[in-house]
Design a protein around this ligand. Sequence first.
Ligand SMILES: Cc1ncc(COP(=O)(O)O)c(C=O)c1O
Length: 383
Amino acid sequence: MPHNRIYLSPPHMTGREMEYIKAAFDSNWIAPLGPHVDAFEREMADYVGAAGALALSSGTAALHLALKLAGVGRGDRVFCSDLTFAASVNPVFYEGAEPVFIDAEPESWNLSPGALQRAFDDAEREGRLPKAVVAADLYGQSADYGPIGQICDRYNVPLVEDAAEALGATYRGRKCGALGRWNILSFNGNKIITTSGGGMLLSDDEDSLAKARFWATQARDRAPWYQHSEIGYNYRLSNLLAAVGRAQLTVIEDRVAARRAVFGRYAAALGDIPGVSFMPEASFGRHNRWLSVVLVDPERAGLSPLDLMETLEGENIESRPLWKPMHLQPVFEAFPFYAHEGKGAPAVSADLFKKGLCLPSGSSLAEEEQGRIVALLRGTLQP
Ligand SMILES: Cc1ncc(COP(=O)(O)O)c(C=O)c1O
């Protein structure tokens, strides 16, 4: 291969992580709790503007606990974003419940308030309201939480914000990660900041976080011996990984700026090519541009996103199609789906999936490397 591989979204260390880790070693806090965990929770809650936070082993674990707090159980329904990663939905099944998928809307590519309302209308008629709504902030852009929150409030159904991809993004001046009743973040290795693996549950309801903390530490009763009245989980974040997260959080604003700059360069360099467009930034917020997404209309551009992916791969450059919509996944296709424009209308999510490609978007992507990607794309799209 002529060049080193360019990855989609590699970890980007600050250089300060080892100082924080050294402090953990020096104090021998090598455990799934400790001062870095406490401080990371406080600092993240302050950053997003939530009253409290619980650091966990993954974003998926955080979502699982959020659904338990919402009282989701066997046979219940949960309304979920359709255009997202499967981890947004899998925890619904951990509790024996069933998803109903809500299409994306074109402005933000996130949960359509119109389709959500129609799903609630039907659920009310059937006497089967959902136990929770899970809305994802796709690729680092907030969903439209004004109307979504109003609908949830009207039916008294709790909203869970899956902000796994959206740390540093905003909605009408408020930070993602604090826009639902319960909110989750992911610090997986490919996210805008990372702990290698990790996640967080955030809420203004601190009593509920105390309950989640109890479940996440094996549900140990207050007793001098090991006594259990409920089923628990081993979901806490290691103090060593929280050390990494604290160092990473100090640079979140720089990371957002760098990713937005990467996106801006793609859009400026390629936006004039017929059949090529980019993921929009909704009027209601700041996109963190975790991933830069290009849309290629195969009819106008004469190429599909998979053709482009192959071309990039030939030059050792990683790219990836959009998340395949949940209602098209073999494992989920039996569950109901509400399209943005109404019953029988084509799915917005499926159309985006057909056209979209995620380009290398890391905050450490060098301008020279991005220049190579742009030249290759331009040469392929306009030979
Ligand atoms: C939208 C979304 N939800 C949930 C998750 C799950 O997070 P984790 O990998 O930390 O379990 C991810 C990412 O992995 C994600 O992108």
